[in-house]
Ligand binder design. Structure first.
Ligand code: C2E
Ligand code: MG
Ligand code: MG
Length: 286
């Protein structure tokens, strides 16, 4: 029924055994669309980005969740791919940018010196998307050096990418940083890592996970850190869960990271508590 309605009502379709997943996807897409129309039900959590030596927060990555009436608080991996397939990702990204800029502005107003890192899908990396980001940051009174945008390597091979490079280089000069997320897990040409528009390489947590005992992980992580430094980029490690991982990363010159060792993604209010607590996050884990 949902499938027929989706394709314009007044029709019929045969139900095939095993189509439940497809129907659930259609039903989810319809609920997600209603959430966007309603303007409530999406929420950003923030994961601290931490100076690995001192434990001080330097920034926070905005990570979306969806409060779905049927499934409860739903993580991004369960609905972002669907949003990409159904074209809802553009509106979701507009919402994320607006919410993250407002939060950055609120933190600045209470004296918290944090940048906010925003995940954007490859399809958003076009001049119109970047102009929207610029306009939203301006409206929120946020300087571009308070923002980072994270794109995966697949964005670099997206059809629209070449058209965006000059725009990104212009925004880079104005302070906006661009991070390549999950670096090492996708397809990209190293030749595209031009520091006129890339600033950060985020080392995927699948590599960090096996540190420091696994030879392969050690070789990969130290090579990516070295590569980043050689190209004038900043390495940031994801998924740091143990003190030994933190030591390895520091020893190899990676100074910033995130992970459950410090804090999982939390609400904006909890970020404020973490920033004003006497104990730096590093000491929690000691
Ligand atoms: P990501 O950008 O690589 O974000 C890091 C993910 O790793 C987050 O999962 C975070 O909760 C998780 N993580 C961080 N530290 C640890 C750790 O120590 N251990 C473990 N096991 N996990 C850790 P999350 O929040 O479920 O997000 C998953 C992915 O969804 C993100 O990966 C990002 O690609 C995407 N995403 C999140 N928010 C947005 C958004 O606003 N827009 C778009 N387009 N994608 C988003
Ligand atoms: Mg990310
Ligand atoms: Mg990542």
């Amino acid at each position: 029924m949902y499938s027929v309605k989706q394709s314009g009502r007044d029709g019929h379709k045969l139900y095939a055994f095993g189509a439940d997943t497809a129907l659930e996807q259609i039903s989810m897409a319809s609920r997600l669309r209603k959430t966007l129309d309603r303007g409530s039900g999406l929420v950003l959590h923030y994961q601290p980005l931490v100076n690995l030596e001192s434990g001080q927060l330097v920034g926070a990555e905005a990570l979306i969740r969806w409060q779905d009436g049927k499934r409860g608080l739903t993580p991004p991996d369960d609905f972002i791919p669907l949003a990409e397939r159904t074209g809802l990702i553009g509106s979701i990204s507009d919402w994320v940018i607006q919410a993250a800029c407002r939060q950055a502005s609120a933190w600045r107003d209470i004296g918290l010196d944090l940048y906010v890192s925003i995940n954007l899908p490859p399809s958003y990396c076009q001049p119109t998307g970047m102009n929207h980001l610029l306009a939203t940051a301006n409206a929120a009174g946020i300087a571009l050096d308070r923002l980072v945008i994270e794109v995966t390597e697949s964005a670099l091979t997206h059809a629209s990418w070449q058209a965006i490079e000059p725009k990104l280089a212009e925004l880079r000069k104005r302070g906006l940083k661009l991070a390549i997320d999950d670096f090492g897990t996708g397809h990209s040409s190293l030749g595209r890592l031009d520091k006129s528009w890339v600033s950060i390489l985020k080392i995927d947590r699948s590599f960090v996970k096996d540190l420091p005992d696994d030879d392969h992980a050690r070789a990969l992580v130290s090579s990516v850190v070295h590569l980043a430094h050689s190209l004038g980029l900043e390495p940031i490690a994801e998924g740091i869960e143990t003190e030994r991982q933190r030591h390895f990363l520091l020893q190899h010159g990676c100074r910033v990271g995130q992970g459950s060792l410090f804090s999982p993604p939390v609400t904006a209010a909890e970020i404020e508590t973490l920033c004003t607590a006497n104990d730096p996050l590093a000491r929690k884990s000691a």
